[in-house]
Design a protein around this ligand. Structure first.
Ligand SMILES: [Zn+2]
Length: 173
């Protein structure tokens, strides 16, 4: 099992890093997420299932492998601050927060002018990516503004600029 998991982690990490120069995810509080739900809690069954899937998949292992391989490949790997960014609740289109339960699998934006509807995890991933692009931009412009406030950081050059940035990095001699 351990060997299989390690192979899986390795292959996933290679695939993710080889196709992407900017990789974004969120900081996961693995300890908090795998903590047992209180006895008699309504969420107990739900939480047990979640614990199992987190532990089975070995997300922590996967993230370390991605971070390591990204560094090797000179790709950018960023972890968004989950608590302040709230990627699962935030709307990637308008940046408003919509409260969700674990059982809400769809993001349906509560902003009536937006109403953006998307798979919960896809939206959360897009929020992390928008945040990461903002981080990447502010590290270059160094204006110090916080990019967790707005996704509308104009960063349309995207991957071309990233590729340039990668080339500018000093290589180890
Ligand atoms: Zn929205």
């Amino acid at each position: 099992m351990a060997q299989q998991r390690q192979n899986w982690v390795h292959h996933q990490a290679v695939e993710i890093v080889s196709g992407n120069s900017l990789i974004a995810t969120e900081k996961l509080n693995l300890k908090g997420m795998t903590r047992k739900a209180k006895k008699g809690s309504k969420r107990k069954r739900q939480k047990t299932g979640l614990n199992r899937s987190i532990l089975d998949v070995g997300i922590g292992m996967l993230k370390s492998a991605i971070a390591y391989k990204a560094k090797e490949a000179e790709a950018i790997y960023l972890e968004a601050p989950t608590r302040s960014l709230k990627p699962t609740q935030r709307c990637v289109k308008c940046w408003k927060l919509t409260k969700k339960d674990l059982s809400d699998r769809l993001h349906i934006c509560s902003n009536s002018k937006c109403n953006h509807t998307e798979d919960r995890d896809v939206n959360a991933a897009q929020v992390c990516l928008a945040w990461a692009r903002g981080q990447e931009l502010s590290s270059k412009t160094a204006d110090g503004s916080s990019s967790t406030d707005s996704p509308n950081v104009k960063y349309c050059g995207g991957f071309q600029q990233l590729a340039q940035l990668k080339r500018q990095k000093p290589r180890p001699s």
